[in-house]
Write a protein that binds this ligand. Structure first.
Ligand code: AGP
Length: 368
């Protein structure tokens, strides 16, 4: 298999820039754009309407994809979701209902802990579904149903396009579940499908903030610690942002639920602490912005990722606002991953690290 970097300096940059096309590709598999409906092509050995719970396990970025999808399945399908990192799930041996559904998310399909979690669930009589990029993988082979993410080979150790592809597929599955469970009407489905189909061009527009992000990343590369905050589905986006920064720039970062700030991490905030707030306008944005003001009042250097409406409601207090297009709040977490990817990438470039092959890391963790 021959994959080259094209005009990009790193595979990671190429993979970030491919996302408008890869998301379109994933969408064309899951969505009938003309009919404004989700169309699942895989034969399902279960019925979403009969499930009392969805159990998800994954590692790293794939885990954050599941953590975001939990908000969708619970909200749009009223389906309770348990999600765990696979390395914890496998040894906890949680009780599972026979005939229930477990879903495993893995770009490579070879992650040892995720595979062990899958085998545990299969042993408990669960329906086993997986969401993978590599269809010839062990996880795919051992699954009752395989949902492909179709983003093409991902070479950079830091996962980027696989995440947005996983999210696009998971969003489609959540809509399908919502319809099957009688939670979403045909009109609501059409509205959510339109939100999904608007994504590729919104992602292209979000990539346009690169020059500003380079400028911010230059300052970020001098930081020792960085805090990422988000609320609701933006909380896992914050954790993903922190993971991406850690793994390729080696700068310590933490992703926190914005509402947890007062319960500890606010003690870290001083003039030297950049705080990245992921808060596109949605039902919860005012709450997150008020957490942000608490950081600002303590001298923390805020970098706010938001849209036009969010930027208007903060006024002039914030020096760095990275704007993403305004999209339906359903797909906003997918779009918000774009600036966090670019921030991590450019910070790592300033640090001079080996972006595609960061120290101590493997693309696929096939041993425990
Ligand atoms: C992401 O940037 C990481 N390199 C890592 O967390 C990765 O997502 C994790 O190891 C899971 O890999 P998988 O999707 O191939 O199972």
């Amino acid at each position: 298999l021959l994959v080259d970097k094209g005009n990009h300096r790193h595979f990671m940059a190429k993979e970030i820039y491919e996302q408008p096309e890869t998301i379109s590709h994933t969408l064309s598999h899951y969505v009938d754009m003309g009919a404004e409906k989700v169309a699942i092509r895989e034969t399902l050995p279960f019925d979403f309407a009969d499930l009392s719970r969805l159990t998800m396990s994954a590692c790293g970025t794939a885990y954050y994809a599941g953590a975001i999808a939990k908000y969708w399945f619970e909200r749009f399908a009223r389906l309770p979701v348990d999600i765990d990192v696979a390395s914890e799930f496998r040894y906890r041996e949680p009780p599972l209902e026979k005939g229930g559904l477990s879903l495993f998310i893995s770009q490579s399909g070879e992650t040892a802990d995720t595979l062990a979690a899958l085998r545990y669930c299969a042993g408990q009589g669960q329906h086993v579904a997986s969401l993978v990029n590599t269809l010839e993988s062990t996880i795919a082979r051992e699954s009752g149903v395989v949902f492909p993410i179709l983003c093409g080979p991902e070479i950079g150790v830091a996962s980027t396009k696989a995440l947005t592809a996983q999210l696009t597929a998971l969003a489609s599955l959540a809509i399908a579940a919502g319809r099957a469970r009688g939670v979403l009407s045909a009109e609501q489905e059409a509205e959510l499908v339109r939100a999904l189909t608007a994504l590729p061009s919104a992602v292209s527009a979000a990539l346009g903030a690169e020059a500003q992000i380079i400028d911010i990343s230059k300052r970020l590369s001098k930081a020792k610690d960085v805090l990422y905050l988000g609320r609701g589905a933006m909380f896992p986006v914050a954790m993903e942002g922190a993971l991406k920064l850690k793994e390729i720039s080696y700068i310590h970062a933490e992703g926190y639920a914005a509402g947890e700030l007062k319960h500890g991490p606010i003690a870290l905030v001083d003039e030297a602490m950049p705080v990245i707030v992921v808060a596109p306008s949605d039902e919860l944005v005012d709450k997150t912005l008020s957490n942000m003001q608490e950081v600002a009042a303590r001298g923390g250097k805020i970098i706010l990722i938001t849209d036009e409406d969010g930027a208007e409601s903060v006024g002039h207090g914030v020096a760095d606002i990275i704007k993403i297009p305004h999209v339906h709040s359903f797909v906003a977490p997918i779009l918000a991953t774009i600036p966090v990817q670019l921030l991590a990438y450019h910070t790592a470039v300033f640090m001079g690290t080996d972006v595609d092959q960061p120290r101590n890391l493997a693309k696929s963790v096939t041993v425990e």
